[in-house]
Each structure stands twice: as C-alpha cells, then as structure tokens.
Design a protein around this ligand. Structure first.
Ligand SMILES: [Ca+2]
Ligand SMILES: [Ca+2]
Ligand SMILES: [Ca+2]
Length: 238
C-alpha cells in the first residue's frame, strides 16, 4: 500500500518534472590539457560491472611543447565498494600510428590502480588532441558512494634530448548508488527531475542518460521509473 502511494507520488512528480526538463554537462574552459574520468558520475547495482574511460582533452603543440609522449595515472577507490577487474589501454597515444609500451597494476586490497603508456620509438613529435588513455572496469561489491580519485598523474613531452613535464589539470569521477543522478548520495526529487528529462529517450538520442536507464536496457521508460520508485528516499554517507 505504502509502495503504491510512493509510486503514485513519483508519477505525479514525474509529470511535473517532465514539463520543465533540464540537464547537466561537463564543459572544459581550461586551456591546459585535462585528464578526466568519463562519465564523471557512474552508478551500478551491487554485483554488476561498469567501465569508465580515463580521457585526455585540450592537448596542443602550444601547451605541450612537442606533443605528449608518455602518460601515467594512479586512481584510488573505496575498496569495500569496488574491485577493479581490468585496465585496458585506450587508442589516444597510438592515434598517430606509433607503437606504445603499456603497463598497469591492480591493487584491490589497498583500493588503487596504476596505468602508464609511452611512445615506444620516440618519434619527432608526440600526440595532441583529445581521446581515451585507458578503460577501467569495476565490479560492485556493495552499494555506496566514493570518489574515483585520479592522482600522481604524469604527462611528458620530449625535445630530442630532455623529457619535459606537461602541465595539466585533473577531473575525478564519482561512483554512487543507482538512482542518484546528481551524485549527492541520495535518491530524491532532484534525481527525478533529471530522470524526467530522459523519460522516453533511447540510447543514441541526445536526451538519453545512462544514469536514468536503471535496468540498462537502452531506454528510459516506466520500468526504470518503477526501479527509481523503489529506491526513492535512499541515502548513503557522502
Ligand atoms: Ca541525488
Ligand atoms: Ca531502461
Ligand atoms: Ca525499457
């Protein structure tokens, strides 16, 4: 009975929200290269797996001397919530056709990983532009919220004799509970507002939001709303 009332309440809220709509998106205005987690906010049910990209953007000859020859990052996470199952190199550093030497390490008992890649033959120029450094796949041990914290990053260039540090910025990721679409650690009307904006959308459409597709069947519909209603009011420690 209580659940039916809740579901009705959620539907009414949805009807209100759908008429106002809204959305969020990450915009980088920095002129420095940036290493960032994509998507910035991720959720997944307990026992499930999800993959995030560690991306780079805004690399130019002007801000990197001779392009990037090597990247490295560590990433920490809450080891009681998540385990990393795989780290794969993304295509960015290989995008000019040069071979790379890629290495990674997974330390689930301590809650961190490390990954690095270097252009093998030190060509005349390094790589510029934007793309994916690595894909990291997690298994969810328990529901909760934690930072996917990128640190100890290294970006280097090369002038023919010296290795040069490339100044850059970092944007971390957040893992949170299913239904928490704004990453505040709770499932509430603000999340419903975001779900409403995606309601009726399928994967590939601009309004589609993976965070709203709670059953992960590539569309946002009444099945997702049912799951959302069941999670409505859930909060975790920030
Ligand atoms: Ca929320
Ligand atoms: Ca769905
Ligand atoms: Ca569906």
């Amino acid at each position: 009975m209580k659940r039916n009332l809740l579901r009705t309440t959620v539907f009414v809220l949805l009807a209100v929200c759908i008429t106002i709509g809204g959305g969020t998106r990450t915009v980088f205005t920095e002129t420095l290269p940036v290493i960032y987690v994509n998507p910035e906010l991720t959720s997944c049910e307990m026992g499930g797996n999800f993959t995030i990209d560690v991306n780079i953007a805004n690399v130019t000859m002007e801000n990197s001397d001779y392009g990037v020859y090597c990247w490295e990052f560590d990433m920490s996470f809450n080891k009681s919530l998540l385990n990393v199952t795989s780290i794969e190199e993304g295509p960015w550093l290989k995008s000019t056709g040069e071979d790379t030497l890629f290495m990674s390490g997974i330390h689930n008992y301590e809650g961190w990983i490390v990954a690095m890649s270097v252009l093998y033959a030190y060509p005349e120029t390094g790589v510029v532009g934007s793309g994916t450094l690595a894909n990291v796949t997690f298994n969810v041990l328990a529901e909760g919220k934690c930072s996917l914290d990128i640190y100890k990053t290294i970006l280097t260039s090369y002038n023919g004799s010296d290795v040069l540090d490339v100044n850059h910025t970092i944007v971390d990721g957040i893992f949170t509970i299913p239904g928490d679409m704004d990453g505040n650690g709770g499932v509430d009307s603000k999340d419903l507002y975001l779900l409403a904006h995606s309601y009726g959308a399928s994967v590939g459409e601009s309004d589609y939001n993976l965070l709203a597709d709670l059953d992960r069947d590539d569309d946002v519909d009444s099945d997702d709303l049912d799951i959302f209603a069941a999670k409505y009011g859930t909060y975790v420690d920030p």
